[in-house]
Write a protein that binds this ligand. Structure first.
Ligand SMILES: Cc1cc2nc3c(=O)[nH]c(=O)nc-3n(C[C@H](O)[C@H](O)[C@H](O)COP(=O)(O)O)c2cc1C
Length: 400
């Protein structure tokens, strides 16, 4: 018998099918819809009242469940790819969105198909092998998973899950021949803009770090010139003051940029979650019909999707607010940048009068000029991106 014949097969299900289950606070299954029961193959008697780990697949890295419980116990929602095992040993993959609900948790799951899913499957395999080989503790393994996600370009797990869910929804819509969801598309574009905005903000930070010593070097030169270097000394002292001012606002500037990114990432996840919960609710209502005895579940699902829709709307207001705060930080930065520019030009005029230090000052001045060009260029880009973020957030609010 070949290896391929030995390996248990995958169970697939329709891209349009969503499953959900509800557990108590300990992860004991209290309810599930028919897709869940059909795909897992267990009877209701075998599922209800049993721990959700009944469908746990041994290939899954423990890190994922560690992150899952760590997040939901803090009252936060989480999205994760999960490989599950059906009763007959076959496996099926889902992207699960687990949200805290009164007295427990709700998990809505869809069939994943995005390019991120392909990457994650490989990462899980490597991590599960490492966990077994190194006898890793779940917390340590979760830290490794986070490290890998960072290497793959995601700032943190929340950014990863927001991006993955958004991509899954888009891939699923495409598979189902549906038109792309305009709000999810808009959020996807916002994420990209916010990510470029962070890149530009980081450019300013590293340009500053590279040039931090230049004003000091100028003052050394001025000192070497003695009385003749008095004017250069004054100019470079002014430059240093402005430069120190820039240093002091740089941290809050970067923090403010990150806040813009984080609010967008949060909104992306919440809007995607609300969308899939809404769809699960519609499908479930259709499944149970009127008076099917599942009124309580319909009510819970309805309340949950309403809550997440409201949270998504709130996040849009938060995005607009954070972009406005960041705009103010950018204005402060621009003012300092303009001040530095004027001071540099004054320095250039003064330095031109001293032939003895020409070579050295030309070099230092061109370093300052390059730095200012980087800052001004990055600020211009940021201004355009921030403007587009505010416009898009407004468009999303208008559409909501
Ligand atoms: C609402 C909810 C849904 C869950 N869904 C799954 C699932 O589909 N598959 C799974 O393996 N674990 C799921 N879990 C996590 C399990 O409770 C459990 O932590 C996991 O299977 C790992 O089991 P272990 O910690 O005993 O190894 C879910 C938990 C909750 C609260």
């Amino acid at each position: 018998m070949t290896h391929a014949e030995l390996s248990p097969a995958e169970i697939t299900f329709g891209f349009d099918e969503l499953f959900f289950s509800r557990t108590d606070l300990a992860g004991i299954i209290l309810f599930g819809n028919s897709v869940f029961q059909r795909v897992a193959i267990y009877s209701w008697d075998e599922l209800l009242g049993k721990p959700h780990k009944i469908v746990r697949h041994p290939d899954m890295p423990r890190a994922v469940f560690y992150a899952l419980w760590d997040t939901i116990k803090q009252g936060q929602p989480i999205g994760a790819y999960v490989k599950n095992r059906a009763k007959d040993g076959r496996f099926y993959w889902v992207f699960a969105i687990v949200t805290p609900i009164e007295g427990g948790y709700l998990s809505v799951r869809l069939r994943p198909s995005s390019e991120i899913f392909g990457v994650v499957k490989t990462e899980y395999e490597k991590l599960a092998a490492l966990e077994a080989r190194e006898h890793l503790k779940p917390a340590d393994s979760a830290a490794l998973l986070l490290g890998r996600l960072t290497e793959l370009g995601f700032a943190d797990y929340r950014t990863f899950m927001a991006t993955a869910l958004g991509h899954e929804l888009a891939a699923r819509d495409a598979k189902l021949g549906r038109a792309p969801d305009p709000s999810i598309e808009r959020f996807g574009a916002l994420m990209q803009t916010a990510s470029s905005l962070l890149t530009q903000a980081d450019r300013i930070l590293s340009a500053y770090a590279r040039n931090e010593n230049v004003p000091f070097n100028f003052r050394v030169l001025a000192a070497q010139l003695g009385a003749q270097g008095q004017a250069i000394g004054v100019i470079s002292a002014n430059y240093t003051l402005l430069s120190d001012d820039m240093r002091s606002i740089l941290d809050s500037f970067i923090q403010s940029a990150r806040h813009v990114f984080n609010t967008i990432s949060e909104g992306y996840f919440l809007a995607s979650t609300a969308r899939i919960q809404r769809e699960a609710l519609q499908a479930f209502k259709h499944e149970v019909g009127q008076g099917g005895g599942a009124e309580q579940e319909v009510r819970l699902l309805d309340r949950q999707q309403a809550e997440y829709s409201e949270r998504a709307a709130e996040s849009l207001r938060e995005i607009a607010k954070s972009a406005e705060v960041f705009r103010t930080a950018c204005l402060d930065m621009s003012r300092l940048s303009a001040g530095l520019e004027v001071t540099r030009v004054m320095g250039k005029v003064e330095c031109a009068r001293h032939a003895t230090i020409k070579e050295r000052t030309t070099e230092l001045l061109s370093e300052l000029e390059a730095f200012q060009r980087t800052v001004a260029g990055a600020l211009r880009e940021i201004d355009m991106m921030n403007h587009s973020i505010r416009r898009e957030a407004q468009a999303l609010m208008d559409a909501a």
